[in-house]
Design a protein around this ligand. Structure first.
Ligand code: GDP
Length: 296
């Protein structure tokens, strides 16, 4: 399970605090030393860890906390609130254009789960009575278009494709025109990924962005890759300006580094998490629920 090590360690620290009738400044400092180590071991970005621990200390060592009737509980509450804040605070919802269709552009490196997530998102929207259209814009990866078409058939969601010989900008543009003509209120464009970030991929993505002005640019990253995922998010955000991140493979045993760092490092909220390979394994991301899950 994801975050198992981190959750276990943080819960042990919180357990020690919970029982105490009196909590001293030294107790808080000792607890925060352990929290710091646990976060670093979970592969959370070291700058993020440092400012997180400092914020918690500053708040927790305050008079109201230590002199309250339940100081241990109050310190835990501060940790919970700061963890929630670290992951974005409020839930960040998917955009909805007031001039439909809402255009969502999916970007990411190969293997992150972009095409799968595109299908999952279509299912998520269909469940909410929307009428998404999928657009097959990944013309380089062999079988990507077919993969999307198979997903579309499974989900009974139409897929717009011009094959793999056309320019992806033209595909995106015509896909949106097709959506307008056919009353689709969401268009989800699957774009090409590469094994690594390179200029030609970014140029192509930027060209699509310029042409279609998407309401959402969602980056799909693999949570299992930890700080690499955060670095990928930072690069994509600097190059293209992301509106959100989808963190996939949270059903695996990821340590937690990406989930806890990506918002703080890039300022892009995590909007969804992938919890498996099936098309229903996509969940909106709630920072407060995730914080409570980690702290037990
Ligand atoms: P793309 O190259 O980014 O389009 O990646 P794909 O969508 O083809 O996904 C790559 C692999 O990751 C496939 O085997 C997917 O089934 C798998 N995958 C995608 N999302 C998840 C997830 O949330 N959990 C798990 N366990 N596997 C996932």
């Amino acid at each position: 399970m994801a975050f198992e090590g981190l959750a276990e360690r943080l819960q042990a620290v919180m357990q020690k605090l919970r029982g105490k009738g009196k909590v001293t400044e030294a107790d808080v400092k000792e607890a925060m030393r352990e929290v710091r180590l646990a976060l670093l071991e979970a592969d959370v970005n070291f700058k993020v860890v440092k400012s997180f621990v400092n914020r918690v200390k500053e708040r927790a060592i305050g008079q109201e906390v230590l002199q309250s009737l339940t100081p241990g509980q109050q310190v835990i509450k501060v940790v919970n609130e700061e963890l929630t804040e670290l992951m974005g605070g409020e839930q960040s919802k998917l955009a909805k254009s007031n001039r439909p269709p809402t255009v969502i552009m999916m970007v990411g490196l190969q293997g992150a789960g972009k095409t799968t997530t595109t299908g999952k998102l279509a299912r998520f929207l269909t469940k909410q009575n929307h009428r998404p259209l999928l657009v097959a814009g990944d013309v380089y990866r062999p079988a990507a278009i077919r993969q999307l078409q198979v997903l579309g058939e499974q989900l009974e969601t139409p897929v717009f494709s011009l094959g793999d010989k056309e320019d992806p900008v033209k595909i995106a543009e015509q896909g949106i025109a097709h959506a307008k003509e056919n009353n689709h209120d969401y268009v989800i464009i699957d774009t090409a990924g590469r094994l690594h970030i390179d200029e030609s991929m970014m140029d192509e993505l930027k060209a699509i962005r310029e042409k279609v002005s998407p309401d959402e640019i969602l980056l799909v990253v693999d949570a299992m890759t930890g700080q690499d995922a955060v670095n990928v998010a930072e690069s994509f955000n600097n190059e293209m300006g992301l509106t959100g991140v989808v963190l996939t493979k949270l059903d695996g045993d990821t340590r937690g580094g990406a989930a806890l760092s990506v918002k703080a490092v890039t300022d892009c909220p995590i909007k969804f998490v992938g919890m498996g390979e099936k098309t229903d394994a996509l969940e909106p991301f709630f920072p407060d629920r995730m914080a409570s899950r980690i702290l037990g």
